[in-house]
Ligand binder design. Sequence first.
Ligand code: MGP
Ligand code: SAH
Length: 263
Amino acid sequence: MFNGVVKFKKDGIPSKRVLQERDANRLLAEVHLMEGFCSESDKILLPGMADAIHRDVVKYWLRRYSLFSRFDEGIKIDEEGLFSVTPEEIAKHQAAHCHGACTVIDAFTGVGGNAIQFACMNLHVIAIDIDPKKIEYARHNAEVYGVADRIDFIVGDFFQLAPTLKGDVVFLSPPWGGPEYIRAEKYDIETMLRPASGFSLFKVALTVAPSVAYFLPRTVDLDQLSQLSWVSSPPLPYEIERNYVRDEVKAVTAYYGKIASQK
Ligand code: MGP
Ligand code: SAH
C-alpha cells in the first residue's frame, strides 16, 4: 500500500498528482480519470519503478507482489519486464518441473522472473537476453533473491548464441507481441511470436538441449503444441499445463522431452 505522488507528463510537460492506493480498483479509477488529462502517449511514474509506464500497463504494477514477492526490496523492472515477467508462483512451479536437470538455459531472461526461480532450485542457469538493460535488471534482481552466483548472465541474441550453448533444458518465454496478443481469438505460434516463428525457435532450442519448456499465451493453439513434438523422430514426449494465479488462468506451459511427465 502506498500514498504517493505519481508523476506523469501532460503534453510533454511534467506534472504530478497525489494517488492513494486504498485498493487496486481505486488506483485504476484514478489512472482512468487521468485519461482526459494525459494523452495516449504519456507515461506515469509509479512508486518502485525506475521508468515511467503507459497507463495500460498499470494493471501489472498493481500485481507487483505476485510477480516478485520481494518487490519492495528494490526489484528493478521496466515496462516490458512488467507485462512479461512470469508470476513468481508460476515460475517456481516451472522450476520444480525441471528438477533433475543440472543446467537450464533461459533463452529470453527479461528481468529474471524465471532465472531466479531456477537458481532458487539450485540449478545452474545460463540467462540470455538481447537487451542489456534487462540483463542488468535481472542480475540486480537475482542479487535481491541471493542467487546471482548460480546464474551466468549473457547479453546476446539467443539464435546467434545457440551453436555455442549446451544444457539439459531450454526455457523459452519469448515476446508474445505485447499485451495486445489477447485481441486474437487464437494465438498462432507460427505467425504471432517474436522474434521468429514458434516452430523455428523450438527447433533451435532442441539443438541446445534434449528438453524444452515453452511458456505461451493461454489462447495458444493446442494443436500446434502437439505438432511441435513431431519435429523430432521419434516424437518427443510432451505435457501441456495451464498456469494459474489465484484461480485465474494466466498462461500455458508445454514441456517436451525428459521433463514431460510420463503418465
Ligand atoms: P496478460 O495475459 O497480458 O494479462 O499477462 P492478464 O493477467 O491475463 O490480464 P487480465 O486483465 O486479462 O487479467 C499474463 C501473464 O502472461 C503475464 O503476467 C506474463 O507472465 C505473461 N506474458 C504476457 N505477455 C504480454 C507476455 C509476453 O509478451 N512474453 C512473455 N514471455 N510473457 C508474457
Ligand atoms: N521470462 C522472463 C520474461 C521474458 S520477456 C521473466 O520472467 O522475466 C521476453 C524477453 O525476450 C525480453 O526481455 C526481450 O528483450 C528478450 N528477447 C527478444 N528477442 C530476443 C533474442 N533474439 N534473444 C534473446 N532475448 C530476446
